[in-house]
Design a protein around this ligand. Structure first.
Ligand code: SF4
Ligand code: SF4
Length: 320
């Protein structure tokens, strides 16, 4: 795996500061049943990093004492962590909105046959990656058979009420480009997705979120191997839109890794860039109760242009 961080650190990015903290995004581990080319985590079936029960308890303790609005669970495949259901059930009882970043194929695993019912019972919002509505493109990025399995997962979720009109069960999809280009406009792409998936597979969903590929980890290494890294960074920099700086997700989110350490976002987590600018010492969820992050500077580098290029990009899709 070729390292992108030294290259990214040499690229200047405008200073940005934090607003009030509203979202805790927790990475439950890097284990995944897939091994996608565009993965910014390097997740795979062979990864062993998994959040422990003790760290989950520290997260619950933090949520008990603070007014966080959303718990956003990611991975890997977060559902493969044996503590996933305990965490969801406990936090749900606290009235906090929960998002599960689900890869859809996990719903088809034999040992997860009751997962969709569990998510429904706990009113968990699902944000699922489907980088194209065409089978060949999805399988090329995410592995053979992933598209068909994703369609089965979406149909199962629809049958339980997810994505349906007037339902509280939200189902949002994520699009990311096939390679080193910017995403197409979110609003027009959403219309295409909705039309195609409804007509061909009778699938409905709430919103499509477009996300720009991050030049880090597996995708970053592929760019370096293909000698496209500099060209892609130039494309992102040239498309930078200052207005997106006001709404990048790191302003109101903190990312927690599988050991409980804190970062400004999941991308910084993957690069090992700690929460405080120039801080060599990692901060832990057990310390977060005593920190006031508002107005603190965010740790930035060249990869941040993937969040501000063109229409902007975040875990909740386009920014402008
Ligand atoms: S992109 Fe998602 S589904 Fe694919 S390997 Fe990474 S974490 Fe797993
Ligand atoms: S990569 Fe992370 S720190 Fe940089 S702008 Fe995006 S969300 Fe913020």
């Amino acid at each position: 795996m070729l390292a992108t961080l030294p290259l990214l650190k040499n690229i200047k990015f405008p200073t940005i500061n934090r607003d009030n903290l509203e979202i805790l995004q927790v990475n439950l581990g890097y284990l995944c049943n897939q091994q996608c080319l565009h993965c910014h985590v390097n997740a795979s079936p062979s990864r062993t990093e998994i959040m422990s029960h003790e760290t989950c308890e520290q997260i619950i303790n933090y949520l008990h004492h603070n007014s966080i609005k959303i718990l956003d669970l990611t991975g890997g495949a977060p559902e493969l962590n044996p503590n996933f259901r305990y965490l969801v059930e406990t936090v749900r009882k606290m009235g906090i909105h929960i998002i599960d970043r689900c890869n859809l194929t996990v719903l088809s695993l034999a040992e997860q046959s009751d997962l969709a019912d569990f998510l429904t019972d706990n009113q968990v919002e699902i944000i699922a990656s489907l980088p194209c509505y065409l089978e060949d493109n999805v399988d090329k990025q995410r592995g053979k058979g992933v598209f068909k399995s994703s369609i089965v997962g979406l149909q199962q979720l629809n049958s339980l009420g997810y994505g349906q009109k007037n339902s509280n069960l939200k189902l949002n999809l994520i699009f990311n480009p096939q390679g080193s280009v910017l995403p197409a406009p979110q609003t027009t792409l959403e219309i295409d997705y909705k039309k195609f998936l409804k007509e061909k597979y009778n699938i409905v969903f709430n919103q499509l979120y477009t996300i720009c590929n991050m030049p880090i980890k597996r995708f970053g290494s592929t760019l370096i191997s293909n000698k496209q890294f500099d060209e892609y960074l130039q494309l992102l920099q040239q498309a930078h839109n200052d207005n997106n700086l006001n709404t990048v997700m790191c302003r109101n989110l903190v990312s927690v890794d599988w050991q409980g350490y804190l970062y400004d976002c999941d991308f910084n987590q993957m690069l090992g860039l700690a929460l405080f600018w120039h801080s060599l010492e990692k901060r832990h969820i057990s310390e977060l109760n005593n920190m006031n992050l508002t107005n603190n500077p965010i740790t930035v580098a060249g990869h941040c242009y993937a969040c501000t290029a063109g229409q902007g990009s975040s875990c909740g899709g386009a920014l402008s």
